[in-house]
Design a protein around this ligand. Structure first.
Ligand SMILES: [Zn+2]
Length: 173
């Protein structure tokens, strides 16, 4: 945009010089020549102004877009912060042998991590989702079910699982 402004000023200065020459001139031929040159200068100024206007419009669009993005990011950040507060005291932990991991509170003096256990996949998206224990059936082994997303379910290894003996892998094997 600076370039266009400089061009416009150069054209205006040129036009002023021509106009001054025009006033001094007596010769008809020279007057016609100067008038044509003056018109050309005016057209240059006009096109420079148009270029400035279109550049300004695109800058305004960009500014509006940037402002909108900033708002969206601020909203996301606020959500993340309030999400993070829900997880204070929780840590990623093995709650059943066989690599079954969830977010759980710090272990008690006996080394047990008590329920609730939180879905790690939902946690990574900032969502608080308590896993529900589901006893084995003919169709599936015991598992922890995420109420938010079915595919987040964690299958537990074969064993006599109850909702109470989760939370301490050392005592399970
Ligand atoms: Zn989940």
């Amino acid at each position: 945009m600076l370039n266009e402004i400089q061009m416009a000023f150069a054209s205006i200065t040129g036009a002023k010089n021509i106009a001054e020459g025009l006033i001094a001139a007596r010769d008809t031929g020279k007057i016609a020549e100067a008038t044509a040159s003056l018109l050309a200068r005016l057209i240059e100024v006009q096109s420079a102004v148009l270029a400035i206007q279109s550049e300004q419009a695109s800058l305004q669009d960009e500014l509006a877009r940037t402002k909108k993005e900033k708002l969206e990011l601020e909203e996301k950040l606020a959500q993340r912060v309030s999400g993070a507060e829900q997880f204070v005291g929780y840590e990623f932990a093995e709650i059943a042998y066989g690599n079954v991991h969830a977010y759980a509170q710090k272990p008690d003096e006996k080394g047990f991590r008590k329920a609730p256990y939180l879905c790690a996949t939902c946690h990574s998206e900032g969502k608080y989702s308590v896993l529900n224990f589901q006893k084995a059936t003919d169709k599936h082994p015991s598992r922890l079910v995420c109420p938010a997303v079915t595919s987040h379910a964690l299958a537990l290894p074969r064993g006599a699982w109850t909702a109470q003996n989760l939370g301490n892998p050392a005592s399970q094997s």
